[in-house]
Design a protein around this ligand. Structure first.
Ligand code: SF4
Length: 209
């Protein structure tokens, strides 16, 4: 029998590029099982973006909240990661409230370039130079993850490290296509600035989505 949550009549339907159960490959929760919901739509325009197919929200099938929760419930996942695209292009109040009511932890990965909506157990803020984050989300971040494409990204990283809360975890992550060149430079940077930790996209090394 369907639960009350699965039967709820959503006011909105969200464009979903893909959804899948896997291991979180990045940042603080790296290595943990998590259900990913990748929402369509992004206007940030990172030149090195590895999910450009996500940019056009119109290209992706819309899902009501109840049907998304039904999909997550087919797995034993305890964590649901909402990513994109830029997930905050959508109002996520209904989705996160329903997920939390169903017992899931709600994690988001966002550039912060759009107003924060939703209720979150974990906010991973990954600010992008191409469209800077709005100020309100910065002190709320549990994790700051800077994608390092070249050395100038260290200045960008330090700018936001100075703005997040003292408890916020700090990660530097090499941009995948540039990782061979940048990872040794990031390692040296972290050794000189040990408040930072290294984040690797381990899902790409272990070949899971
Ligand atoms: S914010 Fe994310 S999805 Fe959007 S362009 Fe940048 S890397 Fe791609």
């Amino acid at each position: 029998m369907k639960s009350e949550i699965e039967n709820l009549k959503s006011k909105i339907a969200l464009p979903v590029m893909e959804h899948f159960y896997t291991l979180q490959g990045e940042g603080y929760h790296q290595g943990k099982a998590a259900y990913f919901i990748r929402l369509g739509g992004c206007d940030v325009g990172c030149v090195w973006c590895d999910v450009k197919d996500s940019w056009d929200a119109e290209k992706h099938q819309k899902y009501e909240v109840g049907s998304l929760i039904s999909e997550v419930r087919k797995t034993p996942s305890e964590i649901v990661v909402i990513t994109g695209g830029e997930p905050l292009m959508h109002n996520l109040d209904e989705l996160t409230s329903a997920l939390q009511s169903a017992g899931f932890k709600t994690n988001i990965e966002t550039s912060g370039a759009h107003p924060l909506s939703g209720t979150w157990d974990w906010i991973c803020l990954s600010p992008k130079k191409f469209k800077a984050p709005l100020p309100d989300i910065i002190p709320l971040a549990h994790e700051l993850k800077i994608v390092v494409f070249n050395k100038s990204d260290f200045d960008w990283a330090e700018k936001y490290a100075a703005l997040v809360s003292p408890q916020c975890k700090l990660y530097l992550q090499p941009e995948w296509d540039n990782a061979a060149q940048m990872t040794p430079i990031i390692i040296d940077y972290i050794k000189a600035n040990p408040k930072w930790e290294l984040s690797l996209q381990i899902h790409k090394y272990i070949h899971v989505p």
